[in-house]
Ligand binder design. Sequence first.
Ligand SMILES: C[S@@+](CC[C@H](N)C(=O)[O-])C[C@H]1O[C@@H](n2cnc3c(N)ncnc32)[C@H](O)[C@@H]1O
Length: 297
Amino acid sequence: MSTSVISHPNRGKWGQSSWRGNCSGFVYQDIFQQLQPRTFCDPMVGSGTSVEVAQEMGIEAFGLDLHSGFNILRHSILDATGKPVDLCLSHPPYHDMIVYSGNVYPGEHPDDLSRCADPDEFMDKLQQALLNQREAVHHGGYYGTIIGDLRRNGQYWSFQADAIARMPGSELRAVLIKAQHNVQSASRQYAGMRLPRVSHEYILLWQRPDRSVALLSTLSCMAHAQQRRIRGTWKAIVRQALVSLGGEASLSRLYEAVAEHAPDRLAGRQHWREKVRQTLYVNDWFAPVERGIWRVA
Ligand SMILES: C[S@@+](CC[C@H](N)C(=O)[O-])C[C@H]1O[C@@H](n2cnc3c(N)ncnc32)[C@H](O)[C@@H]1O
């Protein structure tokens, strides 16, 4: 793997080809060759592809999965392995694209990541899983996930983009594109569709910092980044509303334009007018013209 695009049409001899949504063993081979881990854990090992490849390459490997009693939402990976590993890489379900418990194997499980009520619940749980993986690697070790996006009824959910946004930005090390082969139902789902069929997945790799950084401080950095993004979003919305009104407008016209252009943003927010005014006052993107009139600075 010397470039960030990986394509392996064959899955090789590892794991089970009959396991729906399995991953080619050659993908794991590439990653192991690149990162050279001595110890590895796959906390959602499915049919065992990754662990078989690792063992063949002389890497000490741990395979865990809901199907054999390990639940990433309730159990610590570190407790299960008994020691931190060099690499912890998961390949979760892509929301409910393929349902695993009670389908691929017997017994429906409420914590199965493929049984979430909606994409938001899936992302909340995937984030917890990634934090669990982070805790299971050495300082300086890598954690990551193989994840595809979902298009359904014309809507597109980019789980990879969400995962990147939700994890510590300073720890992201690589985003690889993996060509997706042999996708079932592809032609049926995309019949008559203008946009190209999704035929790639992502491999996201983060690195736990070398020195000991407390999880709480990482979480507070993540929360801070999130707040900064929300403030930035308000700034962009208010400025675009002003631009759409010719660059200068009264507060009342500005409220109308904001309400028209950003309904999602405002839904459930009682005090959004105050937020608009606060955005105008605290940012040098905006300048007052006279009382109640603002312009783009
Ligand atoms: C895409 S499959 C992994 C396939 C694997 N890479 C292979 O090649 O066979 C996803 C796996 O995540 C597991 N899983 C779902 N929810 C889980 C949970 N809460 N804890 C642990 N594993 C979970 C499922 O049981 C399933 O085996």
